[in-house]
Design a protein around this ligand. Structure first.
Ligand SMILES: [Zn+2]
Length: 205
């Protein structure tokens, strides 16, 4: 986490920040539509339609077994949005807290162009199971504070990797610095890898 002066190359090439609640407009930041599991009581999935112009993914959606409405209510809203993503052929960005098993079970029922677990907190074993299905994992400041999540970050296949700021006030540059050191790679290489992942999923249409 250094305070360095950005070079021309830094400014010319934006970072991919796959999930942020604090868009800067300077980086590649995803445009999503979705009902957060905490809001599963307050909004109906049908209200998402028609999707706003330019939406790239349905998110963040999922299950949170620590917070929010009942698991039944959250599951219903999650299913409805997975169905929308399938029909619209859009990737999903997932909020998954203490709900890895039910989320994996539900996902198996839908054909989705891509799945991204945002703010991944979990074990290397869970990461490997998600990776076996070709699901992407995105890591942010909170993931980087978790020892098992750092191990998951270290071993994850590079074509499934994303990084994010979420709602943390940490600049995306710092997340890349830290993630590069966890993966024993250079920031420039990591940026290229993640930009390729972004382009493969979101720019191939
Ligand atoms: Zn979230």
């Amino acid at each position: 986490m250094t305070d360095k002066i950005p070079t021309f190359a830094d400014m010319a090439e934006p970072y991919v920040d796959i999930h942020t609640h604090r868009p800067t407009g300077r980086h590649i930041e995803l445009r999503t539509a979705g009902i957060h599991p905490w809001m599963a009581d307050a909004q109906d999935a049908a209200s998402l339609l028609p999707l706003p112009e330019g939406v790239q993914a349905i998110g963040e959606i999922g299950l949170d077994l620590l917070r929010g409405p009942s698991p039944e209510r959250q599951t219903e809203t999650f299913r409805q949005q997975l169905a929308i993503a399938e029909r619209e052929e859009l990737p999903v960005v997932l909020h998954c807290v203490r709900a890895f098993e039910p989320v994996m079970r539900l996902l198996a029922g839908y054909r989705l162009p891509a799945v991204i677990f945002h703010g991944f907190i979990g074990s290397p074993e869970q990461a490997a199971r998600a990776a076996d299905r070709g699901y992407c994992l995105s890591f942010g400041a909170r993931s980087l504070r978790s020892t098992r999540s750092r191990r998951a970050l270290q071993m994850l296949r590079s074509d499934l990797l994303f990084l994010e700021t979420d709602d943390d006030p940490v600049p995306i540059e710092d997340i890349y610095d830290e993630a590069a050191s966890v993966r024993h790679t250079e920031v420039a290489a990591l940026r290229e890898t993640i930009l390729n992942n972004y382009n493969r999923i979101f720019e191939s249409k």
